[in-house]
Design a protein around this ligand. Structure first.
Ligand SMILES: [Fe+2]
Ligand SMILES: [Fe+2]
Length: 354
């Protein structure tokens, strides 16, 4: 049987590499000690929104979906097809890893409000993952989400790391989806798959998930000052750099949307940075020339590491190790690049206005 089947897709989704989405587990008893007193009013308003569930009927295909896909697909190059499927597989994995994490927290914590929140978010992510998986199934590449849950290894993270990482991944997820949606709204001729029509209301879910973690973080001010700011800096850089390197392996996908991978990523960074001022008192200078040069170098090193890996043998292994050391130095330089500092706003929540 030729490769390119559901098994291959599930295997790709299961592989843990530095760049692929992960599954997480945490210290649930510590999560139970969360005190929401400081953010009560905004928390209650947010929970009412989840209860209202304005997207309950959004994740269903309309009648135009099938014909639109059939027409668009005729123009895809093999490379676009490959990059797009790769994009869908990594998206479904990250949607589903959110779903599994939120379900797990909902199941394991005693804290009634945290439990309720996690159930709502797991509900949303299950819809997102299911909707993407339907599009993979069109190509016989559906990921077996049940098998993935049973067999993909989970990484342990302290609650505060879960909060920093999920806050950022929800907000960056919003910024990515809205940037694509706006671009294709301006250039409908570049919409090479109907799924992009769903992105606007979709990313409002992600935005709200990010708001939830913003409130959780602001309810624990000690996580946003002192030495913890070193962690904030680390997570910002890790999330941004990972996205940048991964996106630069898919130039054809962005080109098909009329986007340049670089412009797209820096737009996403600007939006994410603007939003994250609600919670982080510092932000990365992603538009500074030295910072940009460092990111480009990471892309270059990562591409050379792929070549070394493909070469194999002792020479390949040695050259890969050398390149990895250089990448580490490059990452450290980016980490030490100056950051902008700002005070946190009294009102935490912001509207998805991009
Ligand atoms: Fe999602
Ligand atoms: Fe989300």
């Amino acid at each position: 049987m030729p490769k390119g089947t559901a098994e291959v897709a599930t295997e790709a989704a299961r592989a843990n590499s530095l760049l692929s989405p992960r599954f997480y587990t945490t210290d649930f008893a510590a999560m139970d000690r969360l005190d929401l007193a400081g953010v009560r009013a905004e928390w209650d308003a947010m929970m009412a929104e989840y209860e209202g569930d304005n997207n309950h009927d959004h994740f269903q295909r309309d009648e135009a979906f099938g014909p639109e896909l059939a027409a668009a697909q005729a123009d895809w190059s093999p490379l676009l097809r490959q990059e797009f499927l790769d994009f869908l597989i990594s998206s479904v994995t990250s949607e589903f890893s959110g779903c599994v994490l939120y379900q797990e927290v909902a199941r394991r914590v005693e804290h009634p409000e945290l439990k309720a929140l996690m159930r709502y978010m797991a509900r949303d992510e299950a819809r997102h993952a299911g909707f993407i998986n339907q599009s993979l199934k069109d190509f016989g590449m559906g990921v077996d989400l049940g098998a993935l849950k049973r067999t993909k290894a989970a990484t342990f993270f302290k609650p505060k790391f879960i909060y920093y990482a999920t806050y950022l991944s929800e907000k960056i997820g919003y910024a990515r989806y809205i940037t694509i949606f706006r671009q294709l709204e301006r250039h409908p001729d570049k919409r090479f798959h109907p799924i992009f029509r769903w992105f606007e209301r979709w990313c409002n879910d992600e935005f709200r998930h990010g708001e939830s973690f913003a409130l959780i973080l602001r309810a624990q001010p000690e996580l946003l000052r002192g030495l913890n700011l070193l962690w904030v800096r680390f997570f910002l850089l890790a999330v941004y750099a990972t996205m940048y390197v991964r996106d630069h392996t898919r130039p054809t996908l962005h080109e098909a949307m009329g986007l340049d991978s670089d412009d797209y990523d820096f737009t996403v960074f600007r939006i994410t940075t603007e939003i994250s001022r609600q919670v982080f008192p510092l932000s990365l200078q992603t538009d500074a020339p030295a910072f940009r040069a460092g990111l480009r170098r990471l892309v270059d090193l990562s591409a050379r590491m792929e070549v070394a890996k493909a070469r194999g043998g002792l020479v390949g292994a040695l050259s890969k190790a050398g390149l990895a050391a250089q990448a580490l130095v490059c990452f450290a330089r980016l980490y030490l690049h100056p950051v902008d500092r700002h005070a946190l706003p009294a009102q935490i929540r912001v509207a998805p206005a991009w």
